[in-house]
Design a protein around this ligand. Sequence first.
Ligand code: A3P
Length: 333
Amino acid sequence: MEASKNLKTPPKFINDDGVSQECENLISSLPSEKNFTGIKLYNYQGSWYYPNTVQAILNFQKHFRAQDTDIILASLPKSGTTWLKALAFAVVHRNKYAPNLVSHPLLSDNPHNLVQFLEADLYVKNQRPDLEELPTPRLFATHMPFQTIHESLRDSPCKVVYVCRNIKDVLVSHWHFRNKLVRKDLHSNYSLDDTVDEYIKGAYAFGPFQDQVLSYWKESLVNPTHVLFMRYEEMVEKPEAQVMRLADFLGCSFTEEEKQSGTVEKILELCSIGNLSNLEANKSGTSSCGIAHQAFFRKGGVGDWKNHLTDDMARKLDEMVEKKLEGSGLKFE
Ligand code: A3P
């Protein structure tokens, strides 16, 4: 009952109630688009945002400076962010918190509270959040494209992990997610047709998909010790190999002894959608960005788009992505 009430709480980054004069001036000069519910989004540095997010990004860009040991988990919403947050937290802190199903921070708190978003949590309505208390290595998350975080990470050997997922599953997941959040008393449901139109147009929060994916892909090629490019589909198909790849990249490879004693499997079990979605901590409550924990868990897996999108919708989306990625070496399916 409490959880379903929480689902109707609008996320705080959608509002425009915490915007400074400086940000208002900037926003008035940016290209804007209304989404089909009439909410305005603004294009800043190639990506679309609600006003509060633009403010948070300005705060971040002015004040955040990466420490050498920082880890930034990046993604487009609905690409596997929650899973990556859980896995990275469990991997990085495994000496402090042994992965098990008895006592671990992930059993009593949602991954989004353990690893907070720079622009949707920490820098929303806060110019200088206190990041000193965070344990080392500090783990952050973002939905911003690489060009927008780049300057704040310059000259730092910090690590960026990007997770992407095929656009059709992202879209379907997003459509379900927004219908869970929408206040039925204020708005009608988001239709799938509207969501497809939005993705084709590109003007949705943190979109367009293909531009963001490309920004991290290119950087991962140029600077592979700085940016790791992961795919949700590969994580589903070969979870052990991908978690070991993640640990190697983060400089905390699994020892032979850990591999023999099943540490990798224990982390995967702890972070599995089956385990996380059934925890009381994830069935109730709201993350600091204002979204009910349970909204982050649905089906998981690969290919649910086939149950929702028409052939024509799928073709249009694929063609759009292929066109943008042409010559980049990045391919989906
Ligand atoms: P579906 O809606 O396709 O089920 P994000 O975390 O970026 O918001 O992405 C949410 C998507 O990841 C949802 O996909 C959700 O079910 C899935 N997901 C959440 N936790 C997961 C986990 N631990 N393992 C695999 N998938 C997970």
